[in-house]
Design a protein around this ligand. Structure first.
Ligand SMILES: [Fe+2]
Ligand SMILES: [Fe+2]
Length: 169
């Protein structure tokens, strides 16, 4: 049986994961509009992973006898000024999500909810990866600095990103 406080935190986190998916679908759409299919693919896969994160939390909450109350999700940003800006905003957003996950882990520990503490360890690791991926791409984009052939190659590289076969297993 999960506490009301932990239940509320997981419900909120679930909505943040869905918002992340919305935001990344908007970024996917931005890149499709620019005919940058590789960048679009990267954000499509990114969005799908966020949906999977939300689903994991949904399932967990019910497993521990909590209840997921579905609320609204705000509209994401749809307009961006540059490719670099999209990735900088993504990194900032992931840093915000990391803080949010850490707060859940800390609260779980404070009330000796070891099951929730353990469940969110996967997300702690996932956030390290998410931030590192975004920093790496920001670095590459700064290096590219508007060079169109280099941008073309990065687009081709990102076209190859596939959804994880069995994420979180
Ligand atoms: Fe996530
Ligand atoms: Fe994420």
């Amino acid at each position: 049986m999960i506490s009301k406080k932990m239940e509320e935190m997981i419900v909120t986190q679930y909505h943040k994961e869905l918002f992340s998916a919305y935001q990344y679908f908007a970024m996917c759409s931005y890149f499709l509009d620019l005919e940058l299919d590789g960048f679009a693919n990267f954000f499509r896969v990114q969005a799908e992973e966020e949906l999977m994160h939300a689903m994991k939390q949904f399932d967990y909450l019910h497993e521990v006898d909590g209840k997921m109350t579905i609320g609204s999700i705000e509209a994401p940003e749809n307009e961006f000024n540059s490719i670099l800006e999209v990735f900088q905003k993504t990194l900032e957003h992931e840093q915000y999500i990391t803080k949010s996950i850490h707060q859940i882990v800390k609260a779980a520990l404070d009330e000796a909810d070891f099951a929730t503490h353990e469940f969110f360890q996967w997300f702690v690791k996932e956030q390290v990866e998410e931030e590192s991926t975004m920093r790496n791409l920001i670095g590459k984009l700064k290096l590219i600095d508007g060079n169109t052939s280099a941008l073309y190659l990065l687009n081709e590289e990102l076209l190859r990103r596939q959804p994880e076969a069995n994420p979180g297993a």
